[in-house]
Design a binder for this molecule. Structure first.
Ligand SMILES: Nc1ncnc2c1ncn2[C@@H]1O[C@H](COP(=O)(O)OP(=O)(O)O)[C@@H](O)[C@H]1O
Ligand SMILES: [Mg+2]
Length: 450
């Protein structure tokens, strides 16, 4: 029961507001129309009772003007409503032990008890005797004696009150409800649109710090929220820009002392020490160059566009195969021919290039698989290398962090590859994580939202 209610309860703000308003309005309308119907009911009953007693006395008059022997036949021919029973008898239906007509029914039927008033009309047409009694909660028995003998017995029954039994009631209720519901749905959707816009803008900002600002228009609260959001976005942009600039400045300024150190190293006597010193300096220069390149790329905001990610991934693999033809047969792609995803193509190529490069460098193979996921995609890259110790799976994303075994000339990277890849993917609203495979080797999983 509660799970059914939970299923019927709408998920959206607009849906919930509309539902509450529509239900409330229907309740108010139902109540209003019911009050109106009960009001009308009194009038309706009075009119029905008057009509009934009018028909009863009309019948009496029709019979009393007939010769006595024709009265039974005339009564049989009379066309009577279903709530008026009449018969021509020798005895009255009304007995002395029957309860008197209650005053409200007497008033409704225009009988003024006791004694019952004679029906209106000329004296000669009046009954010789008239008796009345209550025959039920809304029923009256009336017995009128003809001067020539015999009784006209009548039973007058008020129809049961049916306050809702009006076509107009239902039609009015339905028409008002439908009109109100349409109006409410329209208004609520309009009112909650800014909330959806704000959510969409936050989502865009998560993927692209340079996403366009929200228009600061509309109702005051909405305009204020949009202005606050735009302020926050520009603060984030400035923060990112400041950091990037600082990184570039530090990298640049470190070059001069390194050059001086190199000059001093050239003057060293001990050749072994000199060789080591120069190697360390070369490594430092490489790190700084990589840092500067990273900072420069980050600052150059490439626009996002719909791109065929499948083609892009295959290009990365082809270029890797061209660079290392001896590993070409260890490089494989599996996935759809084409898959369009909105992204920054150069940055994404760089991120995938770093991951594929690592797989080849440390794992001697690169098997990339691509799978659509919603409007985005999931990419996995597997290799046959030693993998990474569990404790270091996150650590290697740190700048310049390298596993000891790979610190040799042959695989000489700078330790920024994974840092850059993660930075690019997170700027797309995505993520990259490393997992050791069951049978050895590393599995890199990249997820990209649409
Ligand atoms: N596929 C892989 N298999 C094993 N180790 C890896 C793999 N990819 C990365 N690593 C480890 O993570 C470290 C950091 O990688 P990265 O940031 O790309 O720097 P770099 O490749 O320049 O050393 C690497 O030095 C290596 O020790
Ligand atoms: Mg690398």
């Amino acid at each position: 029961m509660s799970s059914l209610l939970a299923r019927l309860w709408p998920a959206t703000l607009a849906g919930r507001t509309a539902l509450v308003l529509i239900l409330g309005l229907m309740a108010v309308q139902g109540l209003g129309l019911t009050i109106h119907a009960f009001d009308r009911l009194e009038l309706q009953r009075a009119a029905e009772a008057r009509d009934l007693s009018f028909r009863a006395f009309a019948l009496w008059r029709a019979l009393v003007t007939q010769p006595p022997e024709r009265r039974a036949a005339a009564l049989a021919e009379a066309d009577l409503p279903p709530n008026l029973l009449a018969s021509f008898d020798r005895e009255p239906w009304v007995r002395p032990d029957m309860p008197p007509v209650p005053p409200h029914l007497g008033r409704l039927f225009r009988l003024d008890p006791p004694p019952p008033a004679p029906p209106p009309g000329p004296r000669r047409l009046r009954p010789a005797e008239s008796l009345s009694a209550a025959a039920g909660p809304a029923e009256v028995a009336l017995s009128l004696r003809f001067a020539e003998g015999g009784w006209l017995n009548l039973r007058l029954r008020l129809p049961a009150p049916r306050p809702w039994h009006s076509d107009r009631f239902l039609a009015a209720f339905a028409a008002m409800s439908v009109m109100a519901a349409l109006l409410i749905l329209w208004a609520v959707r309009r009112l909650t649109r800014p909330v959806r816009d704000l959510a969409a803008a936050a989502e865009r900002l998560g993927r692209d710090v340079n996403a366009p600002a929200l228009p600061e228009t509309g109702p005051r609260e909405v305009a204020q929220a949009a202005a606050a959001f735009n302020g926050m976005a520009s603060n984030i942009r400035r923060f990112v820009a400041d950091r990037t600039q600082m990184l570039a400045a530090i990298g640049h300024d470190l070059r001069t002392p390194i050059t001086r150190l190199r000059l001093r190293a050239e003057l060293m006597e001990d050749e072994e020490q000199q060789r080591r010193m120069l190697a360390d300096l070369a490594e430092m220069e490489a790190m700084i160059a990589a840092t500067l390149a990273f900072a420069r790329d980050d600052a150059a905001a490439e626009p996002a566009a719909p791109v065929d990610l499948a083609a892009l991934a295959r290009t990365v693999l082809d270029e890797a195969a061209d660079a290392q033809p001896e590993l070409a047969e260890k490089i494989a792609y599996s996935g759809p021919e084409h898959l369009t995803v909105t992204l920054r193509p150069l940055a994404m190529k760089r991120a995938l290039g770093n991951l594929v490069g690592n797989a080849l460098k440390y794992g001697g193979a690169a098997r990339l698989s691509l799978e659509p996921r919603g409007a985005g995609a999931v990419i996995a890259i597997e290799d046959d290398g030693p993998g990474i110790p569990e404790a270091a799976l996150e650590e290697v994303f740190q700048p310049f962090r390298r596993i000891e075994g790979s610190r040799n000339r042959e695989t000489g990277g700078t330790g920024l590859g994974l840092t850059i890849a993660r930075s690019i993917l997170r700027a797309h609203g995505g993520e990259v994580s490393l997992h050791n495979r069951e049978g050895g080797g590393l599995r890199v999983v990249v997820s990209l939202p649409g």
